[in-house]
Design a protein around this ligand. Structure first.
Ligand code: ITT
Length: 203
């Protein structure tokens, strides 16, 4: 079976990829298993696509393995799309997930419910050691609530409200995968992944 490096240092993403890849014919490999526990490739692109490619290519080169990576984040319409590709850096160095979502809540203070539309975006990229790169994108539409709710998920999940009124962090992992930006991107990506893996490992 193919060993697939999941190139992310975010424990929330790692947990989700373990689930999302469970039915694919690959052996999940984390960065720490190939000596890359501290490896964080530069993410200096101006789009999720560019950054996802940068990360996947960097991990594939370093480990000489097929590598999957994603660049993802939250776009808030009332903040002109921020934090967007800067979602991980929002709140400055040393900020926690809670600091970051609090900053979004503060910036939206006084903004009425009807103007709090937002979406999560995920671009997932697969890079092969021979230089080939494939990508897929998924989004989920929602809004920013007034206060955090729920204990599942990670990142901005507690403040992201789905059209049915539930906050993303109130969903079980399976419920989140069924509608999330990452789950959707992976579902769209699966045919490509299966084709590439079958080529790499015909047996
Ligand atoms: P890697 O680059 O190592 O994968 P990262 O956390 O830096 O980890 P990104 O650069 O893609 O990843 O930043 C994504 C940001 O968006 C980060 O702050 C996450 O917490 C947040 N985010 C991504 N997916 C999310 C999700 O499913 N739910 C909530 N927040 C999410």
């Amino acid at each position: 079976m193919i060993r697939l490096l999941v190139g992310t240092q975010n424990p929330g993403k790692q947990a989700e990829y373990r689930d999302l890849l469970a039915d694919l014919p690959v052996i999940w490999v984390g960065p720490e298993e190939v000596g890359l526990a501290d490896f964080s490739p530069a993410e200096d692109g101006d789009s999720f696509e560019v950054n996802a490619r940068l990360k996947a290519v960097a991990f594939a080169r370093r480990a000489n393995l097929p590598a999957l990576a994603d660049d993802s984040g939250l776009e808030v319409d009332a903040l002109a799309g921020a934090p967007g590709v800067y979602s991980a850096r929002y709140g400055g160095p040393g900020a926690t997930d809670v600091d970051r979502y609090r900053r979004v809540l503060e910036e939206l203070d006084g903004v009425p419910a009807a103007a709090r539309a937002a979406r999560f975006v995920c671009v997932v990229a697969l890079a092969l050691p021979d230089g080939r790169v494939y990508t897929a994108r998924g989004t989920v539409e929602g809004a920013i609530g007034d206060a955090p709710r729920g204990a599942h998920g990670f990142g901005y999940d507690p403040i992201f409200v789905l059209p049915d009124g539930r906050h993303m962090a109130e969903l079980s992992p399976a419920e989140k995968h069924a509608l999330s930006h990452r789950g959707t991107a992976l579902a769209r990506f699966k045919p490509t992944l299966l084709k590439v893996f079958a080529e790499l490992d015909p047996d």
